[in-house]
Design a protein around this ligand. Structure first.
Ligand SMILES: [Zn+2]
Length: 424
């Protein structure tokens, strides 16, 4: 079983200066190696469909790859002796990051999903470095002995689990200071296996939304504390103040720090709410059915509208922006895709995603189609007389679809209409 435990570090001011210096040097070298790969790639490729008649001959040199770039670290330390200060394995791990960024761009990850073009990292985009081979012996009382940095004080807010081996230590710079993340592994502890067969009694269906964060099939509605919205006025005030300070000034930097701390607080509040909600739901059932939502698509911008002479017409983006901000504030994607499955796995329970098609437009009792606008928040069925909140109706339907008790079809697009007014 592999776990990650994160602890706060309390470095002395000289240790802090060393950590910041290392981070800066690693970032520069990361950017240089990335540029080296791009250079070779740009000068050694030629588009098949637009081959130029005249082109410069590329400099004959080996393609920069992982091992070659690793070997180049020897030369780097000769040319720039200050790089000798950094622990060799930390430096090598930076080369690995370049390789991973480039591989994910060209080949994709283990699932074949490609990432975007790797970008050069500014000072606010490179936050961490890794010791790839730490040892449990580094931990000494309330301190951790980091090679070439020294003994750094740690806030051990919870004990490390017994019998685990430390596989890597990542040092991360956050808005409020430095943290160490220890990746722990114990081969003797098996991964949790799930052998629960979902039935009506041991499962619930949940509908995610913005009016209520979660509406479950038991009829419970969980409201979400709008953390970002609550802090918006404070954030605006700080941003206004910062605008008045000259760029690059100490006062401006302090305000930037305060804004960063505010965002960190909001993210932590949201994370805690998600964890508590996940635990609450998992205490009710062994299997949780959720909608298979594509949150990134839900948060897309509206398409621009143009009339015949090319003038742009109002397309409702202002309202959509507000909706998107609320989506981001609720963090539905983080909850459904990361926290709920992780908590379920740890508890030996299961989450299953179901197709959300039709779950908001049908009745959960008689399965007839009861069309609703987005503003209709109450489900009232004229066929069977079922009355309940719209989201609870969806929660029950999601459970039924998950258990295979209902199959819903998408509403057909009415003929002659560009977009149907009511769509599931
Ligand atoms: Zn009905």
């Amino acid at each position: 079983m592999r776990l990650a435990y994160q602890y706060r570090l309390l470095p002395t001011s000289s240790q802090q200066a060393t950590l910041n210096r290392w981070l800066d040097m690693l970032r520069h070298q990361y950017n240089w190696m990335l540029a080296d790969r791009f250079d070779w790639w740009e000068s050694n490729r030629c588009a098949v469909n637009s081959c130029p008649l005249v082109c410069s001959i590329a400099q004959a040199r080996e393609q920069p790859e992982y091992y070659g770039q690793k070997r180049s670290l020897v030369g780097l330390k000769q040319d720039r002796p200050w790089y000798k200060e950094i622990h060799s394995q930390v430096l090598q791990d930076m080369v690995k990051r370049v390789k991973l960024a480039f591989d994910r761009y060209l080949k994709g990850d283990c699932n074949g999903k490609k990432s975007g073009k790797p970008r050069f990292k500014g000072a606010n985009r490179y936050h961490s470095f890794t010791y790839p081979q730490p040892s449990i012996d580094w931990i000494d009382g309330n301190k951790i002995e980091l090679p070439k940095i020294g003994a750094v004080k740690v806030v051990w807010h919870r004990p490390l689990p017994e019998g685990f081996e430390v596989k890597s230590a990542i040092l991360t710079h956050k808005a409020d200071g430095w943290y160490v993340t220890l990746s722990l592994q114990d081969e003797s502890v098996p991964e949790q296996t799930v052998d629960v067969v979902p039935d009506w009694d041991n499962s619930i269906g949940i509908d995610m939304g913005l009016e209520y964060f979660v509406a479950d099939s038991e009829g419970d509605l969980i409201d979400y504390p709008r953390h970002l919205r609550a802090a918006e006025s404070k954030q605006a005030l700080l941003q206004q103040k910062r605008e008045l300070r000259p760029k690059g000034s100490v006062a401006g930097a302090r305000l930037n720090q305060r804004i960063a701390r505010l965002h960190q607080k909001i993210a932590r509040q949201r994370y805690q709410f998600h964890c508590e909600t996940a635990n609450l739901l998992l205490s009710k059932a062994d299997v949780i059915f959720t909608e298979d939502l594509n949150v990134a698509n839900m948060m897309k911008r509206c398409k621009p509208k143009q009339d015949t002479d090319g003038t742009f017409l109002p397309n409702g983006q202002a309202a959509k922006s507000g909706l998107n901000k609320s989506f981001a504030d609720a963090g539905i994607g983080q909850f459904v895709n990361q926290i709920l499955p992780f908590k379920a796995e740890k508890a030996g329970k299961q989450t299953i995603k179901v197709n959300p098609t039709g779950t908001s437009q049908h009745c959960c009792i008689c399965l007839n189609r009861v069309p609703k606008e987005l503003s209709d928040r109450w489900h009232s069925c004229s066929y069977c007389g079922n009355q309940m909140p719209r989201d609870t109706n969806s929660g029950v339907l999601i459970k039924k679809v998950g258990l295979g008790l209902a199959s819903l079809k998408k509403a057909r697009k009415p003929k002659g209409l560009e977009k149907p007014a009511l769509y599931a």
